[in-house]
Ligand binder design. Sequence first.
Ligand code: G4P
Length: 524
Amino acid sequence: MYESEIQRRRTFAIISHPDAGKTTLTEKLLLFGGAIHIAGAVKSNKIRKTATSDWMEIEKQRGISVATSVMGFEYNGYKINILDTPGHQDFAEDTYRTLTAVDSVIIVVDTAKGVESQTRKLMEVCRMRKTPVMIFVNKMDREGKDPFDLLDELEAELKIAVRPLTFPINQGFQFKGVYNIYKQNLELYTPNKQTISESVQLEDINSRELDTLVGERDAAKLRDDLEIIAGVYNPFDVERYLAGELAPVFYGSALNNFGVKELLDCFVEIAPSPRAVQTLEREINPYEENFSGFVFKIHANMDPNHRSCIAFVKICSGKFERNVNYKHIRHGKMLKFSAPTAFMAQKKETVDEAFAGDIVGLPDSGTFKIGDTLTSGEDIHFKGLPSFSPEMFKYIENADPMKTKQLEKGINQLMDEGVAQMFINQYNNRKIIGTVGQLQFEVIQYRLLHEYGAQCRWENLSLHKACWIESDNATELEHFKKRKAQYMAIDKEGRDVFLADSGYVLQMAQNDFKDIRFHFTSEF
Ligand code: G4P
């Protein structure tokens, strides 16, 4: 019924290691979509390096990030939704969740730095979910790695087959452009931040024209390179890309607006529109008439005078309408929303309707929790909002006995919002907060005080990983839990979690208890 609307939607995220050029690329994509008109208009929600320990500064910047959380724009008949992800790696958990709401991903890699840690980790999430990915090798205007070496590195480090769809002619000062293998044309590079490059149709790579355009030496090199590509790599297979097995690779310079249009044009053509999503009960097809969606992110307004949040809902099927009753499955209640927002051209606007693939922002004051399902009425539960083992752990203690209730409430709400994870140690009944970075501890402490009037204290806890455990062998599971009693905890859903204090201990446990499966994410 809404087929054409849904088919033209492309909802994706750009991921990269900080500084690879995500913000710059986002901005250039918005320029193409006419969503902004001058470069520099996108204020990065990236937390400046200088501010890593100054988290009030981060808060100021977070204010900006609501507006840039989702950036919707129209391009060549397509409706594009870019979901922003926090640049700071301490907020990686947010990024993981955002990745559950996208239909594909563009990875930005710096040509000089290659694959960096953050990219590797985020790619693991994509691989787990079989999300189709495209790679943009950025900063070709600078000296970097040999493109063939980099392709090998991408394949080895990201554990995905790659296939170049454009290929550079030199890089750094000598950079002359890229040959678009996909469209068979040559894009000539002129260092310029605003204009689109000069494009020459060049079906026959052996034509003399190439020599005239880039010089004989570079023309010969390009012909050799393309021959190697044709020999080494299989022809590009869209189906394998859609299955998350093969990543097309593009080269360019986001800062110079070069190679970006090639990426975007290919992206809208081959990237998937919303696809079927699994719920606990059944698979939901995006083209079903009835609305369904899930909350993947909750953005708190940190101003203590206006304590409200925005719950971000990814629409998985049908059409969402303003002022229509929808069922909040966890509460079993019908709710309607008079002021849902969509995010177009960097502005938050009230919308009357939105379709599968879109994100709507619902004003919220504590009704929603990450992972909540909303539907036209059917009782279904979306799965696929995994928690990952945190990297840092601390016991949380009450520092103001008069405010126990407030602390309790604050912690629970912050956990529902997904700020961090909480485990309860079954041995001493103490609460453990697990995060991916030090900053979250500061965020939690600050917010508990300012929003709930509660005070907390942290006590260090040295743990290697939290593993969700399960087994078909009930006796062995019981035996394990007894043996490791001090290290057993439950997560917020009541699932068993083993807190391994070192890699060695974990390995020994895996060796000694063969019937127990240890998982590093809560989804298995
Ligand atoms: P991020 O969001 O992934 O963290 O990266 P961002 O786009 O902010 O880019 C990081 C730095 O790299 C910026 O410089 C940006 O201008 C630069 N950059 C991005 N794309 C290119 C490119 O194609 N070529 C070159 N040479 N540089 C590029 P900065 O000095 O850190 O910030 P700014 O002062 O320029 O904003």
